[in-house]
Design a binder for this molecule. Structure first.
Ligand code: PMP
Length: 383
């Protein structure tokens, strides 16, 4: 049978993560490209999931998420930011951060709407906006600071701007927003119809004594925002795909209209287990120390190799510049390193829609100490 098919996403191909991971496998290289831990999940958390399964929590969970988990999320927000959110009508448990972002966009973006994103950007924002007929307006941020020029953003706002998507702490830049960024954003959106998505999946992965800094802390922003988080990052369980979205009641109502028809509800025993596990706040309060140690090991190991290290304030990604070593474009250099040095990383150019080459690679350090030491050894003679 023959049929014609017009792709709704003609420009989407295999992601760079799949490509680099496949190359890493082919050349038996250390895979520091994709963002996932190579160490074990806490066995206590794994036991809790099986405990809830054995106890019979195996049927559909509540559409918006099991109440005890939504309450735990509200408690976490209260502990961290002193803010009172309502678990019943402001928190929705999702199948990971990606689904939360997808659903937020799907629930409010219509044909012709403009959505401002900041590039380098996490890869799901653009196609999701385009899938619903929206138009992406990118703001280009440049190494080494990747600072936002809010004046430039202001000039890109039009009467069609429906949404601004921010990711803080930022993948891939490793930077975190400052108070001044939030204040500028506040000024920009006040008395407009602009909605916000704040992708905060790396909320707790922040270093050098920084404290988590959420859009939830700004009342005027929170009142128009979908704030997205991921337990994959928080609990070292990226394969479980559980996350959540916090949004004011009016936005949550629209969010859930979409959520109930594309997901309905998320794996029930895992939700109960996570709620149980999160009753100890140390689980998330210990993350900065845990990851900072890994970041510092990598920074120290790579100094003197000819790679220049960019500031990393948050996330589990470190960016390095190889400008002093080679003038190959990023993708070619990343492929060469995978084949010849046995270490796979991600070219930063993959996070821009336009062609941009800054001689930068992103390294994921959510890896065992052993893996990081091996990577450092392999990269010693890179120059
Ligand atoms: N946003 C960003 C910036 C991410 O890096 C990721 C995961 N790599 C996600 C969202 C998606 O999170 P999840 O795996 O929970 O879907």
């Amino acid at each position: 049978m023959s049929f014609t098919l017009t792709s709704k996403l003609p420009h989407v191909g295999t992601t760079i993560f799949t490509r680099m991971s496949a190359l890493a496998q082919k050349y038996q290289a250390l895979n520091l490209s994709q963002g996932f831990p190579d160490y074990e999940t806490d066995p206590r958390l794994v036991d809790l999931v099986s405990q809830y399964m054995k106890e019979g929590y195996n049927q559909y969970a509540f559409m918006a998420g099991v109440p005890v988990l939504r309450e735990r999320i509200a408690e976490k927000v209260e502990n961290l930011y002193g803010i009172d959110i309502h678990p019943a009508d402001e928190v929705t448990v999702t199948a990971g951060g990606t689904q939360a972002i997808f659903t937020a966009i799907a629930s409010v973006i219509a044909v012709g709407d403009e959505v401002i994103i900041f590039e380098p950007a996490y890869d799901c924002y653009r196609p999701t906006v385009e899938l619903f007929g929206g138009r992406v307006i990118p703001v280009m941020l440049r190494a080494p600071d990747f600072e936002i020029d809010w004046n430039e953003v202001k000039h890109l706002v039009s009467d069609r701007t429906r949404m601004i998507i921010l990711n803080n702490p930022n993948n891939p830049t490793g930077r975190v927003l400052q108070e001044r960024d939030f204040l500028a954003l506040q000024q920009l959106v006040e008395s407009t119809n602009i909605l916000l998505v704040s992708d905060e999946v790396y909320e707790h992965l922040i270093f050098d004594d920084r404290r988590p800094h959420s859009m939830l802390q700004y009342e005027s922003l929170r009142s128009r925002a979908f704030v997205v988080a991921s337990f994959g990052k928080l609990l070292h369980t990226t394969g479980w795909k559980v996350g959540y979205c916090i949004a004011p009641e009016k936005l949550t109502a629209e969010f859930r209209k979409v959520h109930q028809f594309n997901v309905f509800s998320v794996h029930a025993p895992t939700q109960y287990a996570i709620a149980d596990y999160l009753s100890n706040p140390e689980v998330y309060l210990s993350l900065p120390g845990f990851f900072q140690q890994k970041r510092d090991l990598l920074i120290e190991g790579l100094s003197g190799t000819g790679l220049d290290i960019l500031p990393c304030e948050g996330t589990y990604f470190l960016n390095v510049s190889y400008q002093r070593i080679s003038n190959l474009p990023e993708l070619q250099f990343a492929e060469l390193l995978t084949k010849e040095k046995g270490v796979a990383m991600i070219p930063i150019s993959a996070f821009y829609a336009a062609e941009v080459n800054q001689y930068l690679l992103r390294i994921c350090f959510a890896k065992k100490t052993d893996t990081l030491i091996k990577a450092v050894d392999l990269l010693q003679n890179i120059g």
